[in-house]
Design a protein around this ligand. Structure first.
Ligand SMILES: Cc1cc2nc3c(=O)[nH]c(=O)nc-3n(C[C@H](O)[C@H](O)[C@H](O)COP(=O)(O)OP(=O)(O)OC[C@H]3O[C@@H](n4cnc5c(N)ncnc54)[C@H](O)[C@@H]3O)c2cc1C
Ligand SMILES: *[C@@H]1O[C@H](CO)[C@@H](O)[C@H](O)[C@H]1NC(C)=O
Ligand SMILES: *[C@@H]1O[C@H](CO)[C@@H](O)[C@H](O)[C@H]1NC(C)=O
Ligand SMILES: *[C@@H]1O[C@H](CO)[C@@H](O)[C@H](O)[C@H]1NC(C)=O
Ligand SMILES: *[C@@H]1O[C@H](CO)[C@@H](O)[C@H](O)[C@H]1NC(C)=O
Ligand SMILES: *[C@@H]1O[C@H](CO)[C@@H](O)[C@H](O)[C@H]1NC(C)=O
Length: 495
């Protein structure tokens, strides 16, 4: 069932012509794809502006697709992909819709395959694994699992999609024990680039299994993840805010929690935020404590909890509740850019990258809606170890000791400021990276889900991994459907 158009065109035309042919045909190809979806399938199909649809970032929310489809099963996804391949229409795949560039998960003029109806939860009989639909949000997965007193490797914000989160990596409060979400997937169910469904595990397809652990959307459309289920009821978490003059002590404590004796208690995890507040023209500081047992004020946070704070939401509660709290602090809407650097832990470097943000924002701080924020968190040895288990992973990490992973988020209102915001972010990346190099603490790994399009996260996976990833990509997708010259071009492409 190799799609006919690809066979014929690739026989007749060189690859470059194929690319441009697709481009010029796109509008009529997609009109045809959408009408065939309506005529030949019973899959819910929406035309622009129609239906219950939201993307986190305004740049993506404003995108017009030819149509948006809501598959309910792997068979639906396969049918959709077959029609798309037949008609040669471009497409994008959306799970939680938190990506930040048009075409990442909302197709510009093509078909948006919206997985939001694929939210099944099947706890396997021994309760150590759970099979989750790829359209879950972290919230919907948590809510289903809490009924069993279980959870899985999930992130902090409720509305983030399990799809992008897990395919890119997945930092979780359980990472100090189990590693990233990608290292806790035992099996993937995927619709391959030729629209056939297959199961990928360490044993059935070791190459693709390696590739899907960090290789994002280059290999097909994942429909289900079978993930580790972890026993958990309520636990301790929440955020304290501090006045910005506590910056030094907070950086020191974060360093100690990353490298000192506190980290041996793997129930503990944390991240902290340093941001700029336009209204007060001042800086904000907040620290999120996580401890995966229902224990108030656990030992690792004793020193931190003696530092005077301005406000606190610390409590014992459910993942659903904590994830809603994080979500409400990062509501949808507005234009956003993310960017990242990684380095060997250093309180001085934390301060330097903050100082760089402070310097760089001076010239753009009047930008309407401007809200930059640095999120600083550890990546512990367990995550590095876990990335090597079961045959290793694409986003394999080679580091001796824990790392610090930094995310710069930047929010603003108007498209007319996109250029200035891009410059702000790239200056921060360039200067922060240089600062980490200057002190010999640079690490090339970049968390792909935090990277900007100007960064090259796959290069940070290492030369060998990248070459292997590209080899696997070519073999699974010989027609290049999921490449930068193919039909699904969004996010980060290997080829
Ligand atoms: C407010 C906020 C909070 C965050 N918190 C965390 C956190 O705590 N920890 C963390 O690690 N990260 C976090 N992130 C980053 C987050 O993991 C990434 O933005 C992630 O890619 C979002 O996934 P999504 O499914 O919501 O996005 P989408 O835009 O739907 O997907 C992202 C990309 O993955 C592709 N994709 C998604 N599902 C599939 C699939 N099933 N098959 C093939 N391709 C697919 C899409 O096509 C798209 O290119 C956060 C981001 C935001 C905006
Ligand atoms: C819209 O979709 C969300 C999930 O994405 C769901 O929770 C909500 O109930 C839906 N609303 C309507 C009106 O269908
Ligand atoms: C979950 O745990 C609580 C207390 O820890 C217990 O009362 C409840 O019965 C458990 N529920 C399930 C489904 O095991
Ligand atoms: C900014 O916050 C600090 C406390 O962190 C305070 O001392 C200072 O006065 C504030 N500056 C302004 C302009 O409000
Ligand atoms: C920018 O955004 C603000 C607030 O959202 C709005 O009032 C203003 O008109 C916008 N300016 C431009 C140039 O678009
Ligand atoms: C689809 O692609 C897979 C992976 O390359 C291959 O094993 C399979 O034979 C292909 N199926 C068809 C029907 O072409």
């Amino acid at each position: 069932m190799k799609p006919a158009f690809l066979t014929i065109l690739s026989l007749l035309l060189p690859a470059s012509t194929l690319g441009s042919r697709r481009e010029t045909n796109s509008a009529s190809a997609c009109t045809q794809a959408c009408s065939r979806l309506v005529r030949d399938s019973d899959i819910t199909t929406h035309f622009p502006g129609n239906g219950n649809f939201s993307a986190w970032d305004t740049k993506q929310q404003n995108v017009r697709s030819a149509c948006r489809v809501e598959p309910r099963s792997r068979e639906d996804v396969s049918t959709i992909l077959s029609i798309i391949l037949d008609t040669s229409c471009q497409f994008a795949v959306k799970s939680g819709g938190h990506a930040r560039y048009p075409d990442d998960s909302v197709s510009v003029g093509g078909v948006t395959i919206d997985l939001q109806r694929m939210r099944t939860t099947e706890v396997l009989p021994d309760q150590t694994k759970v099979r989750l639909g790829a359209g879950h949000t972290l919230y919907s997965a948590y809510a289903d699992l809490e009924k069993y007193n279980l959870t899985t490797l999930g992130g902090r914000a409720a509305s983030v999609g399990l799809g992008g989160y897990t395919l890119g990596g997945g930092l979780s409060h359980l990472s100090p024990v189990y590693g990233l979400a990608k290292d806790n997937v035992f099996e993937y169910e995927i619709v391959l680039p030729n629209a056939t469904v297959t199961i990928v595990s360490e044993h059935t397809n070791p190459d693709l299994y390696f590739a899907l652990r960090g290789g994002m959307n280059n290999f097909g459309i994942v429909t289900h993840f079978t993930m580790r289920a972890v026993s958990q009821t309520q636990f301790y978490s929440g955020q304290k805010s501090y006045s910005a003059d506590k910056r030094d002590i907070i950086a020191d404590i974060a360093y100690e929690l990353t490298t000192g004796s506190g980290k041996s208690d793997t129930a503990m995890s944390f991240y902290y935020d340093f941001g700029y507040d336009q209204e007060t023209d001042n800086y904000t500081l907040a620290f999120t404590q996580e401890y995966s047992h229902p224990k108030l004020n656990p030992r690792p946070f004793y020193r931190l909890n003696r530092v005077p704070s301005e406000s606190s939401t610390l409590r014992i509660d459910w993942s659903t509740s904590f994830s809603r709290e994080v979500d409400s602090a990062t509501p949808p809407g507005g234009r956003n850019l993310f960017a990242t650097v990684s380095y060997y832990p250093s309180a001085d470097l934390d301060r330097q990258i903050q100082d760089i943000m402070v310097e760089e924002l001076q010239s753009v701080k009047e930008t309407p809606g401007f809200l930059p924020n640095l999120v600083i968190q550890p990546l512990y040895e367990a995550s590095i170890r876990a990335s090597r288990e079961r045959g290793g992973s694409a986003a394999g990490l080679d580091a001796d000791g824990p790392l610090t992973v930094v995310l710069l988020t930047t929010l603003w209102n108007n498209a007319s400021d996109d250029g200035a915001m891009n410059t702000f972010v790239s200056n921060w990346v360039e200067k922060s990276t240089a600062a980490t190099r200057d002190v010999g603490k640079h690490h090339p790994w970049m968390y792909i889900n935090y990277a900007s399009k100007e960064q090259e996260p796959y290069s940070g996976y290492g030369k060998e991994n990248l070459e292997r990833l590209r080899r696997i990509q070519r073999s699974v997708d010989p027609d290049g459907v999921f490449t930068s010259s193919g039909l699904c071009r969004g996010y980060f492409k290997l080829l």
